[in-house]
Design a protein around this ligand. Structure first.
Ligand SMILES: *Cc1c(COP(=O)(O)O)cnc(C)c1O
Length: 392
């Protein structure tokens, strides 16, 4: 049909769509569409039968494929899936893997969203959950059952930065035919690749270091393609897939992950050493400190120690609050992994809706401060911490 015979409204919608020249942009174009059309029914059937092309954004799109492949490559995985948030990645993955009657072993020390899922949602699905100390292999081993299906761990944990021996946990999991799923948000694949240590799946809050700029929410799950297939099916049904603009921004973030992590690692090391020597500081958690009880394990399984430091202030919770409130260069905020340094008191942020007993189990002491060390000049960060600690 000749364009000039089409009406104004039809031309407003369709005209010009083939007018662009062939081009190869350096940056993946943002494909901002929920819908991909098909040439004919044969073309449509190719989508269903041969997994070719795209149909509808909840089932996947070109930006999503590019970023999933990039993240899979960085983690040493066969394939990857993107989600609308870290929690969507974690819950969709666990819902796809678990059935009524299955058993999960997980660390007490988990992101509170994951803790809430295991404590309050899993029992509704008749999934049995045993929680153990993050750094205790013997507790994990004693909890194994013939019907254990998943071991779920963070390493380092949020916010007390406990490490778990991931290779040993993978062996334990595999001894009963279970899968080890690791939340690698704190370390990032630049510093730690759990799949190379034997883990089966890695999940992420890509909101944090992977995106890196506090500009978006995203999540991911990477691993072997056959393990991801049922998770991808669940993702389509549950609907927590990632939008294209967020995916596009995440791709830009991932391109500088290595440079940012080098600076996060270096700045955090200096901050942790400074805090360890400070008279107002009771103790510091940072796996990169040679005095850290888990430093040897850190050196075994990590190539860098990331930007997360937590420390307890002498003088109790009120003193910790005064330090947080006195920060001038460091930004107060409840997230992490961003270009700007972020400070908060986890008992009030992460722990606000938890009971005191839960806060104790999750290793969130009242006088703890969590610091996500950013990319500012480290001298400015040290001076800011020094003046803030005078208020303790
Ligand atoms: C933030 C975070 C999550 C949740 O991710 P969202 O993107 O906020 O949904 C999960 N795990 C860890 C370790 C986190 O820090």
């Amino acid at each position: 049909m000749k364009p000039e015979v089409l009406g104004f409204a039809t031309r407003a919608i369709l005209a010009g769509r083939n007018a662009a020249r062939q081009a190869t942009p350096a940056v993946t174009p943002l494909v901002s569409t929920s819908l991909f059309t098909f040439e004919d029914t044969e073309d449509l059937l190719r989508f269903y039968q041969a997994d070719e092309g795209y149909l509808y954004l909840r089932y996947g799109g070109p930006n999503q494929d590019v970023v999933a492949a990039k993240l899979a490559s960085l983690e040493g995985a066969e394939a990857g899936l993107l989600f609308a948030s870290g929690m969507a990645a974690i819950t969709t993955t666990l819902l796809a893997l678990l059935e009524p009657g299955d058993h999960v072993i997980a660390a007490h020390q988990l992101y509170p969203g994951t803790h809430n899922f295991l404590a309050h949602v899993a029992p509704k699905l008749q999934v049995e959950v045993t929680r153990v100390q993050a750094d205790s292999l013997s507790q994990a081993e004693q909890s194994l059952k013939p019907y254990t299906k998943v071991l779920f761990w963070e390493s380092p944990t949020n916010p007390s930065l406990y490490l778990a021996d991931l290779a040993a946990l993978a062996e334990l999991a595999h001894s009963v035919g279970a899968l080890l799923v690791v939340d690698n948000t704190f370390a990032t694949p630049y510093n730690q690749r759990p799949l190379e240590l034997g883990a089966d799946l890695v999940v992420h809050s890509a909101t944090k270091y992977l995106a890196g700029h506090s500009a978006l929410l995203a999540g991911a799950c990477v691993g072997k393609a056959d393990l991801l297939e049922p998770i991808a099916k669940f993702a389509r049904t549950l609907g927590g897939t990632l939008g294209s603009f967020e995916t596009w921004l995440l791709e830009l973030g991932l391109k500088t992950l290595h440079v940012r992590m080098d600076r996060h690692n270096a700045n955090a090391q200096k901050v942790a050493e400074f805090l360890s020597a400070h008279p107002k500081v009771e103790y510091v958690h940072y796996p990169g400190l040679s005095s850290d009880p888990q430093h040897k394990l850190a050196r075994q399984q990590m190539t860098g120690y990331s930007g997360m430091v937590s420390f307890a202030v002498k003088g109790g919770p009120e003193a910790a609050t005064r330090v947080v409130d006195a920060a001038r260069v460091i930004t107060r905020g409840a997230s992490l992994g961003a270009v700007e340094s972020l400070i908060n008191q986890p008992a009030i942020t992460l722990g606000f809706s938890l009971s005191e007993a839960e806060r104790r189990l999750l290793a969130i002491p009242p006088n703890l401060i969590r610091l996500s060390v950013g990319l500012e000049e480290v001298e400015d960060l040290l001076a800011d911490l020094d003046q803030a600690l005078q208020q303790a």
